[in-house]
Structures are given as structure tokens and as C-alpha cells.
Design a protein around this ligand. Structure first.
Ligand SMILES: [Zn+2]
Length: 114
């Protein structure tokens, strides 16, 4: 349970004390990807190797696909919404949750390897 809490709050997967990202606001897009190289508390490295976070794209893809599948099912199939408004709603949803998905996918990827 603490792993899930650390992922959601973007805290170090090793100690759970310090933040992984330099700016805690994911919607500050200029600092979205700025991360500490090492944990300020326990000194655990957050970058195992160059290009380590390329793998987080797979997690991001899975999360975004999950959002699309859930909302397409609920609104399109369940509520019988027309296709064009449905695509618009899903596009807005993906754009508005992009910073959270970006950070959480990196946190899930990092948690797998720490
Ligand atoms: Zn730590």
C-alpha cells in the first residue's frame, strides 16, 4: 500500500520521504520532467542508466489506453453518446490528464526497479 501511495504522491520508492520531481505541481509544464538525480533523503539513484525512462512510455501507453477504453465503454456503449462528442471528450480528458499520466508512469517504472 505504501508503494501505491509513493507512486501517487511522487515520493521516493525507497524511503518514501523525499519527492522525486523538483516541482510538486505536475501542471507546471516547464518543470514537468525535472527530477532529482538522487534522493535528497536516502541518496538512492533515480536514474539507473541513460535513457532509463524510455520504458515508462509503455506504462504511459497502457494508462492512456485504459482511460480511453473505460470512457469509450461508459459514454459510447453505456450511454450511447454520438461518436464525435465522445472523441472530443476523450481527447480533452487525455490532454488534461497528460501531466499526471506522465509522472505516474515514470513513478511506476521507477518503483519496478527500486
Ligand atoms: Zn529516498
Amino acid at each position: 500500500m505504501s508503494t501505491l501511495k509513493n507512486i501517487i504522491t511522487c515520493k521516493c520508492p525507497n524511503c518514501g520521504v523525499s519527492y522525486v520531481f523538483k516541482d510538486q505541481n505536475p501542471y507546471n509544464l516547464t518543470k514537468l520532467a525535472e527530477m532529482h538525480k538522487r534522493c535528497p533523503n536516502c541518496d538512492k539513484s533515480f536514474e539507473k542508466e541513460p535513457g532509463f525512462y524510455f520504458g515508462a512510455m509503455y506504462v504511459s501507453y497502457a494508462m492512456t489506453s485504459g482511460i480511453v477504453i473505460v470512457f469509450a465503454t461508459v459514454f459510447g456503449w453505456g450511454l450511447q453518446m454520438e461518436t464525435l462528442p465522445l472523441v472530443g471528450i476523450i481527447a480533452l480528458l487525455i490532454l488534461s490528464t497528460f501531466p499526471l499520466v506522465f509522472r505516474w508512469s515514470r513513478m511506476i517504472w521507477l518503483s519496478w526497479f527500486i
